[in-house]
Design a protein around this ligand. Sequence first.
Ligand code: KG4
Ligand code: ZN
Length: 401
Amino acid sequence: MITLGIETSCDETALALIETADDGRIRPIHSLVHSQAELHSAYGGVYPSLAKREHSKNLVPLLHKLMIEAGAALRQQTLVPSWKASLESCRAHMGAQNPELFEALMAADFLGSKPPIDRIAVTEGPGLEPALWVGIIFARALSEIWNIPIIPVDHMEGHIVGSLLPHDLPFGSWLSLPEVRFPAVVLLVSGGHTELVRMEAIGSYEIIGHTRDDAAGEAFDKAARLLDLPYPGGPHLSRLAHEAREQDIAAPVDLPRPMLGSGDLDFSFSGLKTAVLYAVRDAASGGPLTDGFKRGLAREFEDAVVDVLDRKVCAAIDRTTAGALIVGGGVAANATLRERLSATAQNYGIPLHLPSAHVSGDNALMIALAGTLQTLRDPSSAHTKTPGEIRAFGTKKLGRT
Ligand code: KG4
Ligand code: ZN
């Protein structure tokens, strides 16, 4: 069984293919991510209508590229002479919702040869609503043309299962996911979410802590912006923090570690961002910010976020007597966080599952994998769904059990 994954929840247009064997082994075939970050950087953040336009423009050529590059895995194709008529029958709703994507599909003659793809896994939420809809309409059109079912996938579940993939991801080779020692604690840290999750099994999640305001990635991005760094600022701020450590530059101010004494597993990062704003304002009153100041402040900011995340992770492990720690989401790429959580997992004597560089940011491999795992445990979850049934309103939250 081959699953096509589609991810358009934010500013990455991504497609991937994964194959599953009856014994549960999987074979990642190919994965493509087209980032729009540079376009959005002019706005200092993701601009939803631009994201919608870019996804609409990029999906069809990206699928063509994926099919060509997947090579032998997709060689056995069958002709679908009626594909244009099938698509035409969707014109009333799809053409009205997204004329640009609809016309691009109509002109894509390669769709008349059906590759051996058995189902489509598409991100249905959470994410930016206009961006999510592009992926869903695209999935719906392919499902119509090729007569294959759709599996709606929760983006955050994608980040969780993506972290279980091996780091030396061997595209084209069969592999088994590691046996996770449940219950596991999951730390999800992305641009839109910061959550602690108690995970009983793949597909069974309980949110035990969440941010009350900004997400960790959002805090990184906002602090980076105050330091005049480009969007998305997380990796840039982290680079400055690394330089500060290398050059032994101390923090120019002490930043708070919010919510450490809250007695629960919740987070709050907006105060930290405000503290950075005041520090920058005070320093700027004496002249332009020096590189040394920026580096020192970046280091203190990163340390503050990592201190809080780590302490809450420890509290979550204590509370749940977790057998494993899983970390997912874009901020999981942060080297300081990875080091600290490695030490924590080692102290507890539990395995740590971190995402590899390829899957820490948004990608479709994790979506294809989550969809695949969902149908392995519940074959009825894959049936052809209408866009109305796939509730993409950006409101769906991980948390179903
Ligand atoms: O999961 P993701 O790719 O997209 C969302 O689903 O939100 O996460 C993106 C977030 C951004 O806020 C970005 O600045 C942050 O992850 N990020 C980092 C690093 N790499 C990406 N934050 C801190 N350090 C990094 N190295
Ligand atoms: Zn994400």
